[in-house]
Ligand binder design. Sequence first.
Ligand code: ADP
Ligand code: MG
Length: 235
Amino acid sequence: MSDALTIRGLDCFYGETPVLHGLDLDLRQGEVLCLLGRNGAGKTTTLKAIMGLIPARAGSIMLDGTELTKLPAHEVPKAGVAYVPQGRRLFAEMTVAENIEIGLMTRGKGKATRESVLELFPLLRDRLKQQSGTLSGGEQQMLAMARALCLEPQVLLLDEPTEGLMPSMIARIRETVAKLRERGVSTILVEQRVDAVLSVADRVSFIENGRLKETVDVERLREDHALVMRYVGVG
Ligand SMILES: Nc1ncnc2c1ncn2[C@@H]1O[C@H](COP(=O)(O)OP(=O)(O)O)[C@@H](O)[C@H]1O
Ligand SMILES: [Mg+2]
């Protein structure tokens, strides 16, 4: 199977502090790859590096023939990578409709894209005129994902999308990720809890101290609890 995104030997620093040490990662075409690892392992940093939000000191991040480490950050979404940051950052003063509009503008998408995104999140369609800051946590996560999907990305990066949400909302976010896979989107899903990923991931990559330790099919994870304990510490 071909890769949607290939990371090799990635080194990243915050100031003079090294955080990623020669990180490798392969995201296959059309899969949901989950990144698991303890707090501070470097998961968020990996996503930021893909988006060009922190520079790569060494290494390569290839998207379909494009070297992302050479692009300025504002070009990365235009190349087809969408990012929903941890804690989701919406324009709280703006309405749902305006947030979606901003997503569409990034890559010059129009009405058809808007419709297909609202189809995934019918709940947002009923709230287009509502101020984003007044949505519930789960609704805000949906809007953040909707805005990202307005790019019609090949690759979607989700950083702990279910953090702090009610179980019913968590289930809906997972369903959406599964639907996106049907649409051919390749997704990197960062989570801290393994039970959050078993039902939706194809493979899981464990990150520890800024390095890739191991990548396994999700079936193996169901059988091998010790593996989870080793890298995450909680089952
Ligand atoms: N803006 C920052 N400045 C300095 N150090 C940071 C910054 N963001 C994260 N770090 C450090 O980098 C390491 C990796 O953090 P992060 O990628 O956020 O981990 P994770 O998402 O896996 O919890 C941690 O040691 C963290 O303290
Ligand atoms: Mg993080």
